[in-house]
Design a protein around this ligand. Structure first.
Ligand code: MN
Ligand code: MN
Length: 467
């Protein structure tokens, strides 16, 4: 039923931005591809709830697909696939291209850490017959959201003799889980007067872990003692071993299809596994590219990218220099010609909270992968503002490969803001733009994304590497 377009309609099509839900624009076969891609993505989410687990998952998958550990000093050939493991918490994957490294590399950078509750160095205590863990939250959370939900414990404990114990408890069907308790509404008169920010305070995020005492002799702290006895039996640890542990409490539930139409995924940790997984798969599926394709899955983004596994450290710079050195090329030469997609999420428009968004400049669920020219707060502070030239290059690439994309800013100008690793990479003299997946309830224990947008992120990284 196509009717002739009148002059105004025609002109509109030629001159104006028209944004549309991908559900209207994509072929059924493409939507089916997106759904199939997301089945694997959900498995990744369940298997990789922490940066360490995401790093091992990436390495395992890379090895199965011909990647080998990077050796310094080696002159790699086009088509060679290598990976670099940074302390088990961050990974760089590279597929060598046919062009020399001095032409720069194509870089995709996502992060694999997510907001969560970390255990304090001395977490275990008993109070009035209950055993609890003290926590110190990691990243920007709304603290009240972390109460009264099932939590699992993931991480490592390094004993004094160097032995490393891996802990994952709360994931298997018959595993116990843990939780942070909240006050009953009946007695919350005072609590309800607190601001939302203070509704649950940092020192109230205590995780309930046991309630039965160790029977003999009725010593004090018998419940704590009983928990320590169980942990000693299971992991061979004493209370001192918590001092050299990284234990992270994360939601215990699995990723789920969301909606009657199953068009979305609800899960913990989409930010930023929803970009990390597509970037990883683009690296895995990348055929010998022209320019060397480098994927970096980094840690510590949620706390500001500081530390030796975060992108404020020099590990990316050193890796590029190590790649370049056998060819007699300086690392800075490679970096100065490098192009980067900083792969991180952006906020999706939420009809329940429209007031924080400026509708012409925000991202919508199902409208495709979102290009964010700059992030930042208070007048673009703390951001890399991608150049018009580079923005043009990326949108032209996506259009030519029919990758569904949209543009978006992180909310209204004075509403708040945020940042990504884009700024740190741009500071290395790299051309960078943010490109990622729009998310609802970002940083909540249950975040929501659209399957179409996840798949379009994969297609964007894949085409970027193949360009
Ligand atoms: Mn992020
Ligand atoms: Mn985040």
């Amino acid at each position: 039923m196509s009717k002739e377009k009148n002059a105004a309609e025609q002109l509109k099509e030629e001159l104006l931005i028209e944004r549309k839900n991908g559900g209207f624009l994509l072929e059924d076969s493409e939507i089916a591809e997106a759904d199939a891609f997301c089945e694997e993505y959900k498995r990744f989410l369940d298997a990789a709830k922490t940066e360490r687990e995401a790093a091992s998952y990436a390495i395992r998958l890379a090895e199965q697909n011909g990647f080998v550990p990077f050796e310094r000093g080696k002159r790699y050939q086009a088509g060679d696939k290598v990976y670099y493991n940074n302390r088990g918490k961050a990974v760089i994957l590279a597929v060598y291209g046919t062009e020399p490294l001095e032409n720069g590399v194509m870089l995709a950078a996502a992060h694999i850490d997510s907001p969560r509750l970390d255990l304090k160095p001395r977490p275990l205590y008993e109070d009035n017959g209950l055993a609890l863990f003290k926590t110190h939250y990691y990243g920007g959370i709304k603290k009240y959201q972390w109460t009264a939900i099932p939590l699992a414990l993931h991480g490592v404990i390094c004993k004094k003799d160097g032995e490393k114990v891996t802990v994952t408890i709360g994931e298997a069907e018959d595993d116990p889980v843990f939780c942070v308790n909240d006050l009953l509404p009946h007695l919350a008169t005072d609590q309800m007067k607190r601001t939302l920010n203070e509704g649950i305070k940092g020192e109230e995020l205590n995780i309930l872990i046991g309630s039965r005492p160790f029977k003999q002799d009725e010593p004090s702290e018998a419940v704590k003692l009983n928990i320590m006895k169980l942990l000693h039996e299971k992991y061979g640890i004493t209370e001192y071993d918590f001092l050299s542990a990284e234990l992270e409490a994360v939601p215990a539930y699995h990723a789920k299809d969301l909606g009657f139409d199953r068009s979305m995924i609800g899960a913990y940790g989409h930010d930023d596994r929803v970009c990390a997984y597509p970037a990883l798969m683009a690296a895995i599926n990348c055929k010998t590219p022209k320019k060397t394709a480098v994927t970096i899955l980094t840690d510590k983004e949620e706390t500001g990218s500081d530390g030796n596994t975060g992108l404020n450290s020099s590990y990316l710079k050193y890796f590029i220099a190590d790649m370049a050195e056998p060819f007699g090329v300086a690392g800075r030469t490679v970096l100065s010609h490098t192009k980067c997609l900083s792969a991180d999420v952006n906020a999706a428009f939420d009809p329940t909270f429209p007031e924080v968004m400026e509708r012409n400049n925000c991202a919508y669920l199902n409208y495709g992968v979102v290009i964010t020219k700059y992030t930042g707060a208070r007048g673009k502070s703390g951001t890399s503002d991608a150049s018009a030239e580079f923005a043009s290059e990326i949108r032209s690439l996506l259009d030519s490969k029919k990758v569904l994309w949209q543009h978006g800013e992180l909310g209204k100008v004075d509403q708040g803001g945020g940042g990504t690793v884009a700024a740190y990479i741009a500071n290395l003299n790299v051309d960078v733009i943010d490109l990622g997946v729009p998310v609802l309830s970002m940083h909540a224990p249950f975040e929501v994304v659209s399957k179409i947008d996840v798949y379009m992120a994969y297609r964007a990284f894949y085409e970027f590497f193949s360009a």
